[in-house]
Design a protein around this ligand. Structure first.
Ligand code: ATP
Length: 410
């Protein structure tokens, strides 16, 4: 088609024009679509950023909330009443009946457990983790003590008895099963301080490759109510965890003194600790691989409940060493020392009446130190005599001051 007059487009030009226009529009459309995509992408990015910031705001708000929350009061569970209330004792003393949060696990909130309580309502909102760190309680845990029976002098009969009632159930439990008897659950060593009770317990542990756990009774009696019972429970848990183990409770009389109703809260606390100890012993498998050895030098004040069958039902008396025993203990403690020929162990034993194994050890060490001080090559009788005078003199003084104290308190 040709243009019929000037200004008008011919048919070819017009179709070219239209094609160009279409192309232009397509390009513009393409450009717009790209922009739209970019804008949509940016929109998504801003949306994500907004969500991120909102989350951050929420986190910071809850952090502020946490910082604003008042501290919790620590208390000890005394008793669970029902699924809503329990009796707790605050560390300051008084007992309260309080509600507890639904999310508190009843298995964890057992009597003796430590809990966190709201300041105003005293509602229990948290159960605190139990600290089973032995050092906290002044416990001594030795995987395998380096003491053996040969290092103990003058206690052959007692060693024999301990081997029978503590070592054998650990090393050959099948013998007891075969015969159908139960070994004693616990044994009680009675003797003055320094007569070798701890050594004996350590030697059995070492012999049976058992962990030796020592705890002192007075450490178990705590200032805070309910703490002692909790510690006893955790102590037995520890012994089971470390099994085979020997649990040695020194100064038993501090927790197991005969019950006297003096009505003080301290006295009741001691009783609670003792009740927990009895409960632990009663719920304990006598053929299991945990053995309990108690030690005391005051058997006269022990609660008879403790000595009932099935508890500490074997008592082994650790005597103060006689002449022969003292000679043997001197031999053990001087075995690595260079002695002069004039040192006569029989003579030393005769000079040290009424001393304990610990005193004899102290005398031997003192004599050795004196020889070092005097720059001698060997330890002679005069060093021993000097050491005996010094150590036995100290003993005399502590005996006198104990007597004076007795007069003071009489
Ligand atoms: P405590 O009641 O004060 O705990 P204990 O009766 O447990 O005293 P041990 O700790 O066993 O006494 O003894 C203290 C130290 O005395 C031991 O490390 C050991 O060196 C020495 N000793 C005591 N008795 C004997 C003994 N029979 N033979 C050899 N050494 C002994």
């Amino acid at each position: 088609m040709r243009a019929s007059s000037s200004g008008a487009l011919s048919g070819d030009d017009y179709s070219r024009y239209l094609l160009d226009r279409i192309k232009q529009l397509e390009e513009a459309n393409y450009g717009l679509r790209g922009r739209l995509e970019r804008i949509e992408r940016e929109g998504r990015y801003y949306e994500e950023t907004r969500i991120r910031y909102e989350r951050e705001i929420k986190r910071l708000r809850s952090e502020i909330e946490k910082l604003r929350t008042p501290p919790l009061i620590i208390g000890t569970v005394v008793e669970i009443i029902d699924d809503k209330r329990m009796v707790v004792r605050s560390t300051t003393g008084p007992r309260f009946v309080v509600n507890y949060a639904q999310f508190i696990d009843q298995k964890e909130a057992v009597p003796g457990a430590q809990v966190g309580m709201n300041q105003q309502s005293l509602a229990v909102v948290d159960v605190l983790p139990s600290a089973k760190d032995p050092s906290v309680y002044g416990m001594e845990v030795i995987e395998s003590p380096d003491v053996n029976y040969e290092m103990i002098g003058g206690l052959d009969e007692q060693i024999e008895e301990i081997r029978e009632v503590v070592e054998l159930p650990l090393s050959a439990p099948e013998r007891f099963e075969r015969i159908g008897v139960e070994p004693p659950k616990g044994i009680l060593l009675i003797g003055l301080p320094g007569t070798g009770k701890t050594m004996l317990a350590k030697a059995v542990a070492s012999r049976t490759s058992a962990t030796f756990i020592r705890v002192v009774g007075s450490e178990l009696v705590q200032k805070y109510i309910g703490e002692g019972a909790r510690m006893v429970r955790e102590l037995f848990e520890l012994a089971k965890e470390k099994a085979p183990s020997i649990l040695f409770i020194d100064e038993m009389d501090a927790i197991a003194a005969r019950r006297v109703e003096d009505g003080t809260s301290g006295e009741r606390e001691v009783q609670r600790t003792m009740m927990q100890l009895l409960a632990e012993i009663d719920g304990f498998n006598p053929r299991g691989d945990v053995r309990i050895i108690g030690a005391t030098n005051r058997p006269d004040i022990l609660d008879p409940a403790l000595l009932r069958p099935g508890r500490f039902d074997r008592i082994i008396e650790i005597p103060i060493p006689d002449g022969d025993a003292r000679r043997e203990i001197f031999k053990i403690h001087t075995s690595k020392m260079k002695l002069r020929k004039d040192v006569d162990l029989d003579n030393l034993a005769a000079l040290t009446e009424n001393t304990t194994g610990a005193d004899i050890k102290a005398i031997s060490v003192e004599a050795g130190m004196l020889a070092v001080k005097r720059n001698k090559k060997t330890i002679g009788m005069e060093e021993f005599e000097h050491a005996i005078k010094k150590i036995m003199g100290n003993m005399q003084r502590s005996y006198i001051s104990a007597k004076e104290m007795g007069v003071m308190f009489a």
